[in-house]
Write a protein that binds this ligand. Structure first.
Ligand SMILES: Nc1ncnc2c1ncn2[C@@H]1O[C@H](COP(=O)(O)OP(=O)(O)OP(=O)(O)O)[C@@H](O)[C@H]1O
Ligand SMILES: [Mg+2]
Length: 249
């Protein structure tokens, strides 16, 4: 029997080396954790990249809501575009009571005007540390590029931000915009610092738009190689079985 060969006699057994169990956090998006071997490795920095209107903000809200409601994990939402009230309203459309979570200090929503990148970085560090937050969202990360005139400057400082977030141990989503599948990237964040990249698509195919999701990379994770269809409805975002949407493709 093939199995018998490995029972307690392998080199791993002799050295006492065991496979490390990776601690994962649930995304809160039904169907997505299956594509991620059970969830995002705790403490990871993940770039959520997608077409305009593909659901990046809703995904982010759902991630924080699930953390706060189901796992007792505090969340911080750094909004670089929308005001807290707008986000609270968006969440309420899906029945997620962010107003209450903010009052209970389970979620902190902080919006920032464009000013000083280093101050932004320090404020994020402060908020996450003080709140002992387990989940962090920066939406939309694409705004980072407006802080800098020179690309080299942007690259250096954004990479430093990424490293700081990883040291904090908070599981982070940074959203990025990809236009027609092309992404300008977040100045090296994806390549050099991010542990994972999740891609959301909203693409025209013949006479209809199709939503889908794929995992480009995720540290310490056996990822699904195929794209899966996505649905957004009154309950939020959901990843469907392949057959439910890719029927004609
Ligand atoms: N209740 C709902 N039912 C179905 N679809 C919805 C609902 N609410 C929003 N949507 C869809 O979700 C899309 C917006 O999602 P979201 O704002 O998260 O996208 P985004 O990727 O953050 O967009 P942007 O690029 O503008 O930041 C809308 O364009 C709409 O198609
Ligand atoms: Mg958005």
């Amino acid at each position: 029997m093939r199995n018998g060969l490995f029972k307690g006699v392998g080199p791993f057994h002799k050295t006492g080396l065991k496979a490390m169990q990776v601690e994962r956090i649930k995304t809160g998006i039904p169907g997505l954790d299956e594509l991620l071997d059970g969830g995002i490795p705790k403490g990871s920095l993940v770039v959520l990249s997608g077409d305009p209107g593909s659901g990046k903000t809703i995904f982010s809200l759902q991630f924080l809501y699930t953390g706060a409601m189901q796992h007792d994990e505090k969340g911080v939402l750094i909004s670089l575009e929308e005001k807290p009230d707008q986000l609270i309203e968006t969440a309420s459309v899906f029945g997620w009571d962010f107003k209450k979570l903010v009052q209970e200090k389970k979620i902190i929503i902080q919006s920032f005007e464009l000013y000083d990148f280093d101050k932004l970085r320090d404020s994020i560090e402060d908020l996450v540390t003080k709140a002992k937050a387990k989940r962090l969202v920066i939406d939309p990360g694409v705004i980072f590029r407006l802080y800098f005139e020179r690309e080299l400057d942007a690259r250096k400082r954004i990479v430093v931000l990424g490293k700081m977030l990883k040291q904090l141990g908070v599981t982070t989503l940074v959203t990025n915009e990809a236009t027609h599948g092309q992404t300008d990237g977040l100045f090296g964040l994806e390549e050099y610092v991010a542990d994972g990249v999740i891609l959301l698509y909203h693409k025209k195919l013949k006479n209809e738009f199709i939503r889908s999701v794929g995992v480009l990379k995720m540290r310490n994770t056996k990822i699904a190689e195929k794209l899966r269809p996505v649905r957004i409805d009154s309950k939020g975002i959901e990843v469907l079985a392949r057959t439910e949407l890719f029927h004609e493709i």
